[in-house]
Design a protein around this ligand. Structure first.
Ligand SMILES: Nc1ncnc2c1ncn2[C@@H]1O[C@H](COP(=O)(O)OP(=O)(O)OP(=O)(O)O)[C@@H](O)[C@H]1O
Ligand SMILES: [Mg+2]
Length: 305
């Protein structure tokens, strides 16, 4: 069996992500079905309060899932700031909306970033997606639908809070990871997202990630508190996908613009994210309902109820 360091080294060497069948669109270890039959998991990563660690989680989780042989695509849907770029120390020339140009193809906006992280920058303007003309929406949908054949898992890094476009992304994704820290303000804001989600989501699949904890007990307390409130007031079960320790190497790696999983593979935060990747792959709650195409249909307003 390969050890973690070997897997990581392979990923880093494989900057274009080719050994994961990314370019060729071939299948990874557990996706033997023909591309058109396969269903891609779409996971939105969100939070109530800003700055709780979504982007760091998204990028490092993408690396951890890649180490497990999954083909992962990150969509930076946090409008306004190109955060995924910053955490990766990468730069994207094109963003999603450039696909509106007839001569721009999916391959032009899809960045093969470092550490095997493939991503698309959302760029500003996508919040108006539902106001685009029918032809524009169709063009975007048609070009973007190709992502579904290229990835096993699509991670969508959203902005924080209850803004319309954040909610659109959360409601369109089959799965949601709600990131919080143990701070009371973060918990209150996380609860607000849970409440909105419980009211509007047709298929509810939301899991908590508790970031910046000092020990496992602290995470358990946070989860128990939110589960109790959710059950009592929202009648919605909510599971925990994992927790991440407070770890100074996270800040250090942000400063160096190198994801902590690549910079410090054995630091506590890296171990937690790898454990979470395993829960995400092998744990429950992974039925694909709408997949990537359903996600796009909802975002581009082709399936409003
Ligand atoms: N586990 C951790 N340990 C220590 N510091 C952390 C941890 N997670 C995040 N941080 C710190 O929090 C900062 C914000 O993280 P990040 O940018 O991932 O949050 P975000 O939720 O994406 O923010 P925004 O809402 O602005 O998009 C990081 O730059 C880092 O300094
Ligand atoms: Mg962010």
């Amino acid at each position: 069996m390969e050890d973690q360091a070997t897997k990581l080294r392979k990923l880093i060497e494989d900057k274009a992500g080719q050994s994961h069948g990314w370019i060729e669109g071939s299948s990874s270890s557990d996706s033997k079905a023909a591309p058109e039959d396969r269903k891609t998991r779409v996971i939105a990563i969100t939070s109530g309060k800003g700055g709780v660690g979504k982007t760091n989680l998204t990028v490092n989780l993408a690396i951890a899932l890649g180490m497990e042989g999954k083909r992962v695509l990150v969509i930076d849907a946090d409008l306004g700031m190109a955060n995924v770029d910053v955490v990766l120390g990468s730069l994207s020339k094109h963003h999603l909306l450039n696909l509106l140009d007839e001569d721009v193809e999916l391959s032009d906006v899809l960045i093969h970033g470092p550490y095997g992280v493939n991503y698309i920058s959302g760029g500003s303007g996508i919040e108006k997606a539902q106001e685009f003309t029918m032809a524009e929406r169709q063009r975007l949908m048609q070009k973007l639908s190709g992502c579904g054949q290229l990835a096993d898992i699509i991670l969508v890094d959203t902005g924080a809070g209850l803004g319309k476009n954040v909610m659109d992304f959360i409601l369109a994704a089959d799965e949601v990871l709600l990131v919080t820290t143990p701070e009371p303000t973060a918990l209150t804001d996380a609860y607000a997202v849970m409440k909105a989600y419980s009211m509007y989501a047709s298929n509810k699949n939301i899991r908590l990630v508790v970031n910046r904890v000092y020990d496992e007990g602290e995470s358990r307390d946070v989860v128990a508190k939110l589960q109790k409130t959710s059950q009592k007031f929202l009648n919605m079960p909510i599971e925990c996908a994992g927790y991440i320790y407070e770890d100074r190497n996270v800040m250090g790696s942000v400063r160096k613009q190198k994801p902590f999983l690549a910079a410090k593979p054995d630091t506590l935060a890296s171990k937690c994210v790898r454990a979470m990747a395993n829960t995400i792959i092998y744990g429950g709650n992974m039925t694909v309902k709408q997949g990537w195409k359903g996600f796009l249909r909802q975002i581009f307003n082709f399936s409003r109820k």
